[in-house]
Design a protein around this ligand. Structure first.
Ligand code: HPA
Ligand code: ZN
Length: 316
């Protein structure tokens, strides 16, 4: 499956920060880590919920200080993605997690986009950057972040919505998403990972998103499944993430096959590969599906991307 040309549509760049990188960046940035070595850190990668993961995910970001750190992290992801057969990547970045620590937005954006900008030539991967809003922060903070991103020189593909889901419905960010869309950004949102199906309805109706990230809980609502299938709204599913965060009990009971049976436009993605035990090829492999289904999933990922139709046809 690593030879199947595919798009990765649900990948948090900060979730590619591998333990070795955390120690390397901590050393060069003179940051003291609360772990003695990589093994002690890796032993903490046991999660019982989204929040338990997010606590470690945000803590480890303290090691990312300079544009060079962001560039190196992004380049390491792209090199690994190429091995997985990724030909196009639309990647998330959480600017608020860095500006809140005093890192200038420009350093973050320039670091990331310097690596994304050479991905085509170095790795044969076209790329797009999706700025994700932290839904557990205020709508004002989201709007400030959007405004700063829009006034930067950097080319941004879209806006997303991530972080702690329950208690932070999409309705909180109606104005932010309206402004982002009015400024030409494509809109996506995490919904129905831990949150209820009503959050998926809200993301579609209030934020007018074009894709749902995760969305596995849609199966609890027949009317919603019918709508997602009828409109062929892509769902960017992350099997290893779902198991590691105990959204589903084990891979054998992952709902992806049922989602395909119900004619949903499902794609396979890695979410936070440094934390969840594998990159996108590992996620395809973990599903133990027949080759024709894996081919369909790879084709779905190209179809569900924001590429133009010419490039889609080249990749299909
Ligand atoms: N869900 C919500 N927020 C996130 C995730 C996720 O899977 N990964 C990184 N931020
Ligand atoms: Zn995610």
């Amino acid at each position: 499956m690593s030879r199947l040309p595919k798009a990765e549509l649900h990948l948090h760049l900060e979730g590619t920060l591998e333990p070795e990188m955390i120690f390397r960046f901590a050393e060069r940035n003179s940051i003291r880590l609360p772990y003695v070595d990589v093994d002690e850190l890796a032993a903490r990668y046991r999660f019982d919920s989204l929040q338990s993961f997010l606590d470690l995910y945000y803590a480890n970001m303290a090691t990312l200080l300079t544009g060079e750190d962001f560039a190196e992290m992004t380049e390491a992801y792209l090199a690994r993605a190429a091995v997985a057969g990724v030909r196009h990547a639309e990647v998330f970045l959480d600017p608020q997690a860095h500006t809140a620590r005093g890192i200038p937005l420009d350093a973050v954006l320039e670091g990331v986009t310097s690596a994304l900008g050479t991905a085509e030539q170095r790795h044969g991967i076209s790329t797009g950057l999706i700025v994700a809003i932290l839904r557990d922060q205020s709508a004002e903070s989201a709007m400030t972040t959007l405004d700063a991103v829009l006034s930067s020189d950097v080319e941004v593909l879209g806006i997303g919505l991530d972080s702690a889901e329950v208690g932070h419905p999409p309705s909180k960010f109606v104005e932010v998403f309206a402004k982002a869309r009015a400024n030409g950004l494509r809109a996506v949102a995490h919904a129905g990972e831990e949150g209820p199906p009503s959050y998926i309805w809200e993301a579609l109706d209030l934020l007018q998103v074009e894709r749902i990230d995760h969305g596995v809980r849609c199966l609890e609502d027949d009317a919603l499944v019918h709508r997602l299938a009828a409109e062929q709204i892509p769902l960017t599913v992350c099997p290893l993430s779902n198991v590691r965060l105990q959204v589903v009990p084990d891979l054998g009971r992952h709902p992806l096959p049922e989602m395909l049976d119900r004619n949903l436009l499902v794609t396979v993605n890695s979410d936070d590969p440094a934390y969840f035990g594998g990159y996108v090829d590992d996620n395809y492999a973990a599903l133990s599906l027949p080759p024709e289904t894996l081919r369909q999933l790879a084709a779905n990922s190209i179809r569900a991307s924001f590429l133009d139709n010419t490039r889609k046809s080249d990749l299909l």
